[in-house]
Ligand binder design. Structure first.
Ligand SMILES: *Cc1c(COP(=O)(O)O)cnc(C)c1O
Length: 363
């Protein structure tokens, strides 16, 4: 089957006027302001990938028996387009998103979109909606590629039809408190996110559906995010609802939970590389909630941070659980978190050299 497709472009007949767009971009928040276009590509067992379009963003007709509405066969990605000083636009490691999308597809018994088509689809959207990339530190155009089962059939089996879509949202900081304010986290001891053999390493909507009650519990306890422990022993820290986690110790070393049931974050992998570039010793090893609490109390643990495309690096200040709460360091952002965040953001924004060839120039 072919791994090239011709994208047919249907530009929006009346795109958002510039003054209205400027008002939306002034304070976009996260995930509420959408650009004018979307990319769609269809798949069927009979035809393979076909009908690639760039078209006005609009509601999509869906049969009430579409498989995704019943059995949740859906995967997604998230990446950001940044405006550069010369007026261009770049993406950060998009090939990693394309690869992970294939891995998620494999786990959910979906067809694998060729990497090249994934990248072209994202480039098409960033190109046509380039005016929706906000200026300014911490702002970007968040790109959301996703794919779902679109066969009209209530039988339980992998769908024969899929719709792949890319939409874009102009965004500022993920947390309302701002980019460098430490967040509080709730350690869920009742609910788990992923089990061995499950879908924890796949970026699928179903994982998020299963996490919402725990997130609501976190909100109820006045926490920004939930931390999940492993499903087997309820002992080992896995990750947050949608972010990976790192711990920074007094001896300067760092730890992050190993891959397996967690989502293999591209930010996580980049932080590992940047830390090693700086000569910091980083372990990918299990770390228990009990140890976390003991190390925070003894002062052995200096910092902790969450990381992901949406939240970049966000310091964790307070940890709350049914058995009490503790503070990390002075409860504020720490120096190592800030240093690694700067190293990452400087590469993403073109303010530092790019030794690992992570930057993809769109235009
Ligand atoms: C997307 C995601 C992350 C972060 O991955 P990045 O590639 O760094 O954006 C972490 N955990 C979960 C559950 C996710 O869905």
């Amino acid at each position: 089957m072919s791994d090239t497709l011709k994208f047919v472009r249907h530009p929006h007949p009346n795109p958002t006027p510039a003054d209205k767009r400027a008002a939306l971009l002034a304070n976009p928040g996260f995930g509420r302001v959408f650009s004018d276009h979307m990319v769609t590509i269809r798949y069927s067992d009979a035809k393979g990938w076909h009908d690639a379009r760039v078209e006005p963003r609009a509601p999509i007709p869906l049969d009430p028996a579409a498989a995704v509405l019943h059995y949740a066969q859906e995967i997604f990605e998230g990446l950001k387009a940044y405006k550069t000083a010369d007026g261009g636009a770049t993406l950060f490691r998009p090939i990693e998103n394309a690869r992970r999308f294939q891995q998620s597809a494999e786990r959910l018994a979906m067809p694998k979109l060729p990497e090249k088509i994934f990248l072209e689809a994202v480039d098409e959207l960033v190109n046509i909606d380039r005016d929706w990339i906000p200026d300014g530190d911490g702002s970007s155009l968040y790109i959301r590629p996703f794919m779902f089962a679109n066969e009209t059939f209530l039988g339980v089996k992998p769908s024969s039809d899929y719709l792949f879509i890319v939409i874009a949202s102009s965004v500022g900081a993920y947390f309302k408190s701002g980019a460098d304010t430490a967040v509080s986290v709730w350690v869920s001891q009742e609910y788990t996110r992923a089990a061995p053999g499950g879908t924890g390493a796949a970026k699928c909507g179903g994982n998020y559906a299963a996490s919402l009650l725990a997130q609501a519990e976190a909100t109820h306890h006045k926490c920004d995010q939930v931390v999940f422990l492993d499903a087997a022993e309820r002992k080992w820290i896995e990750e947050l609802g949608g972010m990976n986690v790192f711990f920074v110790f007094n001896d300067g070393s760092m730890t992050t939970p190993p891959l397996g049931t967690i989502l293999p974050g591209i930010t996580r992998s980049s932080v590992l590389t940047l830390a090693r570039d700086k000569g910091i010793s980083v372990r990918e090893e299990k770390y228990s909630y009990d140890q976390w609490k003991a190390d925070a109390k003894s002062g052995k643990l200096r910092e902790a941070f969450a990381c992901g495309t949406a939240a970049v690096l966000t310091p964790i200040g307070t940890v709350r659980a049914p058995d009490g709460e503790f503070v990390i360091g002075n409860g504020q952002s720490g120096a190592r978190t800030a240093e690694l965040k700067k190293a990452l953001v400087d590469i993403q924004r073109g303010a530092a050299s790019d030794p690992h060839k992570w930057i993809h120039k769109v235009f």
